[in-house]
Design a binder for this molecule. Structure first.
Ligand code: 3PG
Length: 397
């Protein structure tokens, strides 16, 4: 993959694919993590005298111009973060975009309207990709979190321009490669969340790569049931018991040790501060539900974290949005963060709820790397080739 340091950008127009698919509330950016992630690349390009054109999608307008899904609300917070005025083009291709791109001066930044207002984006229509490419001389993809989509602005356009990885993209690839493809062992994975069904491929891939896999969250209930425990009224997927057994078998064959909860915090209803008790997993009542891992489980997980040199974490260990069922997630995350600080553990986390859970625990900053990606992080853990990354490799080769 070619890095932007190696690109000729002075006085040239550089089309940068960023991921500004940010949480919005009442038409305002509610979390600017992804805007901040794009700053190093934008600042670098400006410092080299490039004319920067930012392309991004927002939400899922399905090829139509949906006013509530405009990227315009990003302009003000981005200008503030850059300490420079960011221009806005009301369309990402065609005359409006071309005129705005042509008027750019060295060091200026232009944001294009939502690429998904055009059906050609998600269809990866070659003609639409060509129109995007016509705006610039160089293409940079800095949106790892959208790289699992083979869309015109993430894939097709890279076939028309010299293509480079931006700094955030490079960091994501470097950290995820170091954690999963080329790790210091023992390598421990912690996977939580509600459903096995959304993570079958991920679990199958991980058990073939990691030394130990801890399964938490409601998905652990399905594994406990597959091992013959009665999980009472707990959320679990009865139809996935054969799949869970298959994953346990693959783990056995590849010498991956699976760690499941040995005790749990159970309640008879799912409510904040509901009456609850700690139960061993072979002692769960028919009307009880598992809402968090128990203290013995957290101790064992801490031992596994201590023994690990690399940790990959995806998904919460309990119903962490509803205290006190956040206890196991917070304690394990806090423990992992301390191992990073004091013992050089390499800890990488990502995927949807994970970042929220680590932020809730107040330790996201302490992790070695927290991915800004949701779906793309999961597909990486599944061992899939991300089209937006693959095309950068092809282009470099
Ligand atoms: C994300 O938010 O994970 C990316 O921006 C991809 O969005 P999408 O799932 O709508 O393609």
């Amino acid at each position: 993959i070619r890095r932007i340091e190696d690109a000729e950008v002075a006085n040239r127009r550089v089309l940068v694919r960023v991921d500004f698919n940010v949480p919005m509330r009442e038409g305002q950016v509610a979390d600017d993590t992804r805007l901040k992630a794009a700053l190093p690349t934008i600042a670098f390009l400006r410092s080299k005298g490039a004319k920067v054109i930012l392309a991004a999608h927002f939400d899922r307008p399905k090829g139509k111009r949906v006013p509530e899904m405009s990227l315009r609300p990003v302009v003000a917070p981005l200008s503030e973060l850059l300490s420079a005025e960011v221009g806005f083009a009301g369309d990402c291709v065609g005359e409006t975009a071309e005129r705005a791109a042509a008027a750019l001066k060295t060091g200026e930044v232009l944001l294009l309207e939502n690429t998904r207002f055009h059906a050609g984006e998600e269809e990866n229509d070659p003609e639409f990709a060509r129109q995007l490419a016509a705006l610039a001389d160089v293409y940079v993809n800095d949106a790892f979190s959208a790289a699992h989509r083979a869309h015109a602005s993430t894939e097709g356009v890279a076939r028309h321009l010299p293509a480079y990885a931006g700094k955030a993209m490079e960091r994501e690839i470097d950290h995820l490669t170091a954690a999963l493809e080329n790790p210091n062992r023992p390598l421990l994975a912690i996977v939580g969340g509600a459903k096995v069904s959304t993570k079958i491929d991920l679990l199958k891939n991980l058990v073939s790569k990691v030394d130990r896999l801890f399964v938490g969250g409601a998905m652990a209930n399905t594994f406990l049931a597959a091992r013959g425990f009665d999980v009472g009224n707990s959320l679990h997927e009865a139809d996935l018991l054969p799949t869970a057994r298959e994953i346990l078998d693959i783990a056995g064959q590849s010498r991956c040790e699976i760690l499941l909860p040995v005790d749990a915090v159970v309640a008879s209803e799912f409510k904040p501060h509901a009456g609850r008790r700690v139960a061993q997993v072979d002692d769960i009542g028919a009307d009880e539900m598992i809402l968090d891992c128990g203290p013995d489980t957290v101790d064992r997980l801490a031992d596994a974290i201590s023994a690990a040199r690399t940790l990959v974490w995806n998904g919460p260990l309990g119903a962490f949005e509803t205290p006190p069922f956040d206890t196991a997630t917070v304690e394990a995350a806090t423990y992992a963060a301390a191992r990073v600080r004091e013992h050089g553990l390499v800890a990488v986390a990502g995927g949807g709820d994970t970042v929220a859970a680590l932020n809730h625990a107040g330790v996201a900053e302490d992790f070695t790397f927290v991915s800004t990606a949701g779906g793309a992080f999961l597909e990486w853990l599944e061992g899939k080739t991300l089209p937006g990354v693959a095309v950068l490799r092809e282009s470099a080769a």
